[in-house]
Design a protein around this ligand. Structure first.
Ligand SMILES: Nc1ncnc2c1ncn2[C@@H]1O[C@H](COP(=O)(O)OP(=O)(O)OP(=O)(O)O)[C@@H](O)[C@H]1O
Length: 341
């Protein structure tokens, strides 16, 4: 659906050239929600803006639906862009126009007649949950409602692709989740392909099917979200995964236990998919002569299944602990012994 080949963007500044995006290859499938995550300055905005030629690549090609955007003249590019919607962190609404007029704007540009325009605007208002707010001005809306207007406007011309540039970064956590739910809803209802960039792993976990991690203009790791959660390879990816899987205090708690020097083992268990739902701990206590103390744990739901981590302290005779740990290993649960007795 979307193919980026060897894409590169150099900005020539007074301080010299900046390699914002450096030889990136990506393949995004029709109908998926694909996330790009990275810290500030990694090149995410530049990359997403090259998907609709808001930024022209210095080198490489961008194909959407078999059409090479990089080769189009400005007239054909304008037509091609109608098939690619975009939403922004700060919404980019027209402040002197009402909600309805904002949503109608791209339809006016596309030359759609008044009657059809009104009909389409009303459909879109309903789709994004803004019924009754059509005559309001953006300044009268909450952040979440403004982003709903942005989404409705981006969908006006029935695009195949929606680009989301940090679309929830200006919103509080609850509003973020309601906008993310709306994106999943339109992805499913309309079969829309969504590409988003973010610096929050929560966004990736909650709605993406696949993720690419960017650092210094390059994609350093990519794959299905659950796979990346299960075995993140690069340090940067491990840090992003920890943002959502491990409570902040985990390291502190474990450090405290090490300092206390108790006679026990601290073990980190990692569950994926169905194993996250088994009664593993009660199993251990029943089958082995051990005491288990739960230190911390968290289960995160991704679109393709659950992913969980659990830190436990196991006390007992050394051989019983050994047997208990090897029993856990047989349950398709990853085991990492963090503190030995
Ligand atoms: N128009 C520009 N002119 C010069 N340098 C630029 C321009 N746009 C981006 N850059 C540089 O390119 C690099 C990548 O920036 P980009 O905005 O794509 O990163 P990002 O991952 O989206 O970060 P952020 O979330 O902070 O925007 C940075 O070093 C940035 O300073």
């Amino acid at each position: 659906m979307i193919t980026l080949k060897n894409i590169k963007k150099v900005f020539y500044t007074k301080d010299g050239p900046v390699n914002a995006v450096n030889h990136v290859d990506l393949e995004i499938e029709k109908g998926e929600i694909f996330g790009v995550i990275g810290y500030s300055g990694a090149g995410k905005s530049t990359l997403i803006r090259m998907l609709n030629m808001l930024e022209r690549p210095t080198d490489g090609s961008v194909d959407i639906n078999g059409q090479a955007l990089t080769n189009l003249n400005s007239k054909d590019l304008r037509t091609a862009r109608q098939r690619i919607g975009m939403i922004f962190q700060h919404f980019n609404l027209l402040w002197s126009r009402t909600v309805k007029e904002n949503i109608a704007f791209p339809l006016e540009i596309a030359g759609v007649g008044k009657e059809e325009r009104d009909k389409r605007v009303n459909e879109l208002i309903e789709l994004v949950g803004l019924t009754g707010r059509g005559e309001s001005y953006p300044s009268q809306l909450s952040g979440g409602q403004k982003q709903r207007v942005g989404i409705a406007r981006s969908l006006a011309n029935n695009p195949d692709v929606l680009l989301c540039d940090e679309a929830t970064s200006a919103l509080d956590p609850k509003t973020t989740d309601s906008i993310l739910n709306l994106l999943v809803d339109i992805n499913q209802k309309l079969g829309l392909t969504i590409v988003l960039i973010t610096h929050e792993m929560h966004v990736i976990r909650k709605i993406c099917n696949r993720v690419a991690v960017m650092e210094d203009g390059k994609v350093v790791e990519q794959g299905p979200v659950l796979e990346v959660f299960k075995s993140p390879e690069k340090e940067i990816t491990q840090n992003f995964v920890k943002q959502v899987t491990e409570p902040e205090e985990t390291e502190e708690t474990i450090q405290h236990l090490i300092e206390k020097g108790d006679q026990h083992k601290v073990v980190k268990l990692t569950f994926v998919g169905g194993t996250a739902e088994r009664p593993l701990i009660s199993d251990l206590i029943r089958k082995f002569q051990v005491n288990v103390n739960i230190l911390q744990g968290k289960i995160s739901q991704t679109r393709d299944g659950a992913y969980g981590t659990l830190f436990i302290q196991v006390e007992g005779e050394a051989n019983e602990i050994e047997k208990a740990v090897s029993h856990v290993r047989q349950q398709e649960v990853e085991v990492e012994v963090i503190v030995h007795d």
